[in-house]
Write a protein that binds this ligand. Structure first.
Ligand code: 5AD
Length: 357
């Protein structure tokens, strides 16, 4: 197989088969770095073709670090007794949105551990209050696995998008990253339910998570291609010192960039963040992500004094361009890359709010 041929095929057809993707990932750097640069350029051009050379901002509100789940890789897993647990109340959350709205954010992302305190009534009340106050904004939720009925209530209350990474599309790999009560089949069903209800959905995975093989990554990419989510979250795995994976290596920057650029070409209309994890493993990570086809940044809007408690992994950035306080420097950074901030809601171009409401 010829790498140059594969890259051209990927960028013109937006698809490759399992063997082709595997070959591309394993061999792209064998003849120097030129092919990789070419791939990034094609991914950026594809982003520009679908969305313009624009970056969308999402204000991230980390609502609660209480979690009933025990995902082995995650710092806020329930069995980690060293976490100083907190949860925001409705007023705190609305205050965060107000700060974000003043800067110009048109999306608020409510992210949380799986905290049972927020039953359907409480969460729907928060969602509808935000929506009533900011009808021109999108609400994204990232609250984990819930029932069909709960998701439907969230949607009817005004939520527009839902992020739920599939984490890995391999059953055996999933069981190495999660306790046995968590099932890949349920995760996939949640994503299908969210899509059916009418949400813009986001799936994704970590690069270089423990036990991950290149074959797993290819299967993840093919799963994404088939699911065709509106958003894709991909960032490097980063160890957390209070987890059993504390001695594993953080994910590789170049590998993450490679997978992001392939994802852009496989799913050209996707909204693809340069994640906080990518920015956290390397000071140039965020910018390199944007140059490899990403088009979303999610600055942190959470109350400053609580940010270090939402510690999914060690050294998670919550300052600098990852924080709303540095909006101006983020804007300069984006402009210096030949991109500009798009202050619209930034919905996926293939989505309309058709169901219900
Ligand atoms: N390293 C990188 N990403 C992580 N996440 C959770 N723990 C880690 C970690 N140690 C990611 C998961 C999850 C998202 C909210 O954060 O993929 O879906």
């Amino acid at each position: 197989m010829d790498i140059e041929y594969l890259i051209n095929k990927l960028s013109t057809t937006n698809s490759l088969c399992f063997d082709e993707l595997l070959y591309l990932i394993k061999n792209i750097d064998k003849q120097g770095l030129e092919l990789r640069q070419n791939l990034y350029k094609l991914a950026s051009h594809t982003r520009d073709k679908y969305y313009g050379n624009k970056v969308f901002l999402r204000g991230l509100v980390e609502v609660s670090n209480y979690c009933k789940s025990d995902c082995y890789y995650c710092g806020i897993r329930c069995s980690n007794k060293n976490v100083d647990r907190y949860r925001l109340d409705k007023k705190d959350i609305l205050d965060c949105c107000e700060i974000g709205y003043k800067i110009g954010y048109k999306t608020f992302v409510l992210q949380s551990g799986e905290d049972l305190y927020f039953d359907d009534d409480k969460m729907c009340d928060i969602i509808s209050c935000i929506k009533n106050k900011y009808p021109d904004c999108a609400i994204t939720l990232s609250l984990g696995e819930k029932s069909y009925d709960t998701y439907k209530k969230y949607f009817l209350s005004g939520a527009d998008r839902y992020l739920l990474r599939h984490e890995t599309s391999s059953e055996s790999h999933y069981s190495k990253l999660h306790p046995s009560n968590l099932k890949l089949s349920n995760r996939k069903e949640c994503l299908e339910n969210l899509k059916e209800i009418g949400f813009q959905i986001g799936a994704g995975f970590m690069v270089d998570s423990p036990f991950q093989t290149d074959e797993d990554i290819v299967n993840d990419l093919l799963y994404l291609k088939e699911l065709n989510p509106h958003m894709v979250g991909i960032g490097p795995f980063i160890p957390h010192h209070d987890t059993i994976f504390k001695d594993y290596k953080p994910g590789d920057l170049n590998k993450t960039l490679l997978i992001l650029s392939i994802t852009r070409l496989l799913l050209p209309a996707s909204l693809l963040p340069a994640t906080t994890a990518l920015a956290s493993i390397d000071p140039k990570g965020r910018n390199m992500g944007l140059l490899a086809g990403c088009n979303v940044i999610m600055p942190n809007l959470s109350p400053y004094e609580l940010r270090n408690k939402y510690s999914l992994y060690d050294n998670k950035l919550s300052t600098g361009c990852e924080a709303y306080e540095y909006h101006k420097s983020l804007e300069d950074t984006i402009n210096n890359l030949g991109l500009s901030i798009d202050y619209s809601r930034g919905d996926n171009i293939n989505w309309r709010r058709v169901k219900c409401l």
